[in-house]
Design a protein around this ligand. Sequence first.
Ligand code: ZN
Ligand code: ZN
Length: 355
Amino acid sequence: MSYRLDKLRNVLKERELDALLVSTSENRRYLSGFHGSAGHLLVSAEGAFLATDFRYVEQAAHQAPEFQVLKVGGGWSWLMDLLRDAGLKKVGFESHQVTVSTYQQMTEAARELSTAEQPSLVATASIVEEIRTVKDGGELELIQRAVDVADAAMDSVTPTVRAGQTEQEVAWRLELAMREMGAESVSFETIVAAGPNGAMPHHRPSERVIQEGEPVVIDMGAKVDGYCSDITRTICVGEEDETFRRIYDIVLGSQLTAIATVTPGHTGGDADDLSRVVISEAGYGENFGHSLGHGIGMAVHEFPRVGPKSDHPLSEGMVFTVEPGIYLSGWGGVRIEDMVILESTGAKVLSKARK
Ligand code: ZN
Ligand code: ZN
């Protein structure tokens, strides 16, 4: 983990921050190795502290050997004591994670110190999330395992989907298969959307019975050792109609185009354009209402942003999804999603499930 701390320390230096208080669970785990559900890190040029409550102290000492573990109760006096003792004045906090009331509690605790000792608390956004966009070797291994589990579940369950089964039943079989193959959990709620339900990209599986000839959108992912996968396949139960064939070909063409042409140096917006133009030229631009994809790693949705107007630069080592779709109200939808890693020469697809 120490090179991750080095990266963070470089950013702190650039931003002229003496320390960063890390409160987001994925960031905490990424930097320290600690899996527990409660705690904060304080990282400065010299120090690395992990403050957690009595439930996690032992676990924290095991999982985060590079951190000095502090057992703390409620309140923020521990933080103020630490800042005062180490002479840290300009301290960033994660504004996307800390609530207004927590911030107020922190400033009240700071007022307990003498005026000369009071730190200034600086709102920061996504410092560690930006570092997390480029994956290292250990992360890639875990991501690939999460992808493999979802692929295997998809390939084992989709051939068994029949008319007469409900969306919920299919979702459960997919989740069961992922767990049996080693997933610690699903990475998000499985989506099975049959027929007209498929026109809603985030439909929740219902009691709806799948009918002969309907498109079924299946979007799911596994979590393995803290890392997520995310894959979508659209199948047709029984004989597919002409609409299915036409829409499927356009979406697949759009997806393969983006995968074949995206390259380091593009922005997330450029990548989105590569795919969107294919769908627009086919006359379905209005029916592709969401972003092309999203970064993925410890969180199922993370940086880089891969969507219209995203100026997030894409660089080597970033992992993101490519998932164009076309949605026709009353008929259904087709979405095809794979995860890719960006290499120096372009995107390499991580998922292998049939499409
Ligand atoms: Zn998905
Ligand atoms: Zn996705």
